[in-house]
Design a protein around this ligand. Structure first.
Ligand code: FES
Length: 690
């Protein structure tokens, strides 16, 4: 298993002299970076199996890396903890959790009692991601007293995992900047606001009928009584079931980004991805930046659903995309070793004889997001007026989340009698940023009568316009009434490379035909964000066209950091003159040839839907068919699905899907009863300090 930290990354800074702490895992002395989560430290040492399940001894590892699923439990200093949200402490004794944890021997009576502190505030914002932070800044700017609480150690939410540049507009949502930089800026701005209290490491665990909110603030239980409640809890990843989906090595794309982009862990050598939406495509790009071999991406639909510029970028680098395919199974003994895929027909049924097997040690599930909205529902069930923004309200890009946070904050201000309004431009912007990408219409052809010009390979209507905003001569324009149009170049070009540097889709190259008077060759400048050393000056590289088609060979004649975008390199290529308009990128990997195998795959229902309690799809299907129940609570009571430590966060949606597959209208299905506490609360949170 890969045993590695990322030491060479084009975007992230690598701390050359980190401070370390030491811990033991099953008696072996290991080191971890200070502040690092236990799971990341174990991954850094190539340990991906954290224990074995009490029911069937199946290997258990990481799945969400976000404190949601409880797959990553270990025993730390005698206490079962989620390793993905528990930092390593110096001298910590960590053991794998094999079977059930033992109760602590020390059962002295502890001191309880004392009043639970109650904190009043005007607004409580639950979630310190893009929507929560922009909302807090608006509210703080007007002097409203707010608490922003988040279960993580720092602010920024998923922004801190996003090393890529954002779409949208520069003026309204920092387009062209990297998510992690936007997150840092928002977090540091918020610290300046005197009326905002920041509570990190403080999960909200329940909302109650007396309109108080239970929060475990740095390990201690407190109640907050806000006048207004803003939910910006973001989204969690959807999942898929297939045989082997529960093997260690199969996990969410967000978990991968946490490991690679937050903790600089290289968790895999050979990565496969299921899902061709933006999350899967960006996951592949992030993996390549971390020096990981991406074997392929599988997408069930005939076309990938992500932005075409993301897809093209991945294809140009040489990653195979298998559309109209699905994952049949993930195979391996204690950990993923192989992924089996197959073509599917129009009704998404696998086509026998089309199976192909790939060696891979990690399979990312990137099949969409679902709002984390249980707190909102809980609050509304008690008649508490809530406001919501970001993915907790509508799943969309983080740029949309930032605008929706501002809108929600303004609504709160209006409801508090402040003389503000929600500008129509913001309403318009949120509509645009939340809209699905438009049809692919092709690109505007490069000019025939110019010697120097950008070639803009933006063939699809997406909400993005920074190239038009940075062009000094204003030669790049979108003629449609909104930024959803496709940019076109008309006019003159100074060759400043601002457009090449800022395009979030890396879809612009600069052609310089003045380079060679004999017109045998031309210079093409391409944007590059791969690790140091992947290309060298003087090297001959294989060039690719817009959609990854091979164009030919080119010589690298220069490379330099962009003046306008300090983490992007501009690579100058000497290309045959006739290739000047065609070259869009450089291939770093030859597509893997898929190897058809004799299939002995069992396409049965033997796949885990409830990870915590190890319940299979077949058991659920059989029970529903046998009893005719339409009540998820009955399935829970009979089979224990959804009754494990994750509280049904992963499996409830899968159970609903099974009802649907059985032809039962979801409107007729009784939803599960929510637990009063939506996550585990250690009893010691209620104890007095001593
Ligand atoms: S991997 Fe730790 S809770 Fe999901």
């Amino acid at each position: 298993m890969t045993k590695s930290r990322i030491t060479n990354h084009p975007i992230l800074s690598v701390d050359k002299k980190p401070s370390y702490v030491y811990f033991t895992f099953n008696g072996e002395k290991l080191k971890a970076k200070s502040g690092e989560m236990i799971s990341s430290a174990l991954f850094a040492h190539g340990i991906h199996v954290f224990g074995h399940h009490k029911k069937d001894n199946s290997p258990q590892g990481m799945f969400c890396a976000n404190g949601q699923c409880s797959q990553c439990l270990v025993i730390a200093d005698g206490i079962p903890v989620k390793s993905c949200i528990t930092p390593v402490k110096d001298g910590m004794n960590v053991q794998s959790l094999d079977g059930l944890p033992e109760l602590l021997k020390d059962d002295e009576i502890v001191k309880t009692g004392g009043a639970i502190p109650i904190v009043d505030t005007q607004v409580l914002i639950i979630g310190g991601g893009p929507a929560g932070l922009t909302a807090a800044l608006e509210l703080g700017g007007m002097g409203l007293k707010c608490i922003v609480c988040d279960d993580k150690q720092g602010l920024g939410g998923k922004l801190s995992l996003q090393t890529h540049n954002f779409f949208g507009s520069i003026r309204d949502c920092y387009a062209g900047s990297r998510g992690m930089d936007i997150g840092d800026n928002l977090a540091s701005n918020i610290k300046e606001e005197e009326t905002i209290d920041i509570w990190t490491n403080s999960p909200v665990v329940g909302i109650f009928s007396d309109k108080k909110i239970g929060i475990v603030k740095n390990g201690k239980y407190v109640l907050v009584k806000p006048k207004q409640l803003l939910i910006t809890t973001g989204a969690r990843e959807k999942t898929l079931v297939f045989p082997g989906c529960d093997l260690p090595g199969v996990y969410g794309a967000g978990a991968f980004q946490t490991l690679a982009n937050r903790d600089l862990i290289k968790p895999t050598d050979k990565l496969f991805i299921v899902g061709g939406g933006n999350v899967g495509l960006i996951g592949a790009y992030h993996a390549l930046q971390a020096g990981i071999d991406v074997i392929g991406i599988v997408e069930a639909l005939p076309e990938c659903g992500g932005y075409k510029v993301h897809l093209d970028k991945i294809k140009r680098l040489g990653i195979p995309i298998f559309t109209s395919h699905t994952v049949l199974s993930a195979e391996g003994k204690e950990h993923l070793e192989r992924v089996v895929i197959s073509k599917i027909d129009k009704s998404f049924k696998p086509i026998p004889g089309t199976e192909a097997v790939f060696e891979a040690d990690t399979l990312l599930i990137a099949v969409g997001l679902t709002p984390v909205d249980e707190l909102r529902k809980q609050a509304e069930s008690f008649g508490i007026k809530t406001y919501a923004a970001g993915d907790a309200d509508v799943i969309a890009e983080a740029s949309a989340a930032m605008i929706s946070g501002r809108i929600a904050a303004r609504q709160i201000l209006i409801d508090n009698g402040f003389d503000v309004e929600i500008p129509p431009e913001l309403e318009e912007m949120i509509k645009i940023l939340r809209s699905k990408p438009g049809p692919v219409k092709g690109i505007y052809p490069p000019p025939k009568d110019k010697e120097m010009y950008p070639v803009i390979r933006c063939a699809q209507e997406i909400p993005c316009n920074p190239c038009t905003e940075v062009c000094v001569l204003q030669s790049i324009k979108i003629k449609e009434p909104t930024m959803m149009g496709r940019p076109r170049f008309e006019g003159d070009c100074l060759g400043c490379t601002r457009c090449v540097s800022i395009c979030p889709g890396l879809a612009i190259t600069l052609v310089d035909k003045r380079y060679d008077k004999s017109k045998k060759t031309a210079r093409v400048i391409v944007p590059w964000e791969m690790p140091k050393g992947t290309i060298r000056i003087g090297q001959t590289v294989t060039t690719t066209g817009m959609e990854g088609e091979i164009i030919g060979k080119a010589k690298v004649i220069a490379k330099k950091k962009s003046k306008w975008q300090n983490k992007r390199t501009l690579v100058s290529l000497e290309v045959p003159f006739k290739h000047a308009d065609l070259v869009a990128g450089i291939q770093i990997k030859k597509p893997t040839i898929k190897k058809p195998v004799e299939s002995n795959i069992k396409l049965d229902d033997d796949m885990i839907v409830c990870r915590c309690e190890r319940v299979t799809k077949k058991e659920v299907v059989d029970y529903i068919k046998k009893t005719g129940t339409h009540d998820i609570n009955a399935v829970k009571a009979a089979l224990r699905v959804g009754m494990g430590p994750c509280g049904g966060k992963t499996c409830t949606e899968l159970i609903i899907r099974i009802f649907r597959e059985l032809g039962i209208d979801i409107k007729d299905v009784e939803p599960p009863v929510e637990r009063p506490f939506n996550q585990e609360v250690p009893l010691k949170s209620f104890l007095e300090e001593e």
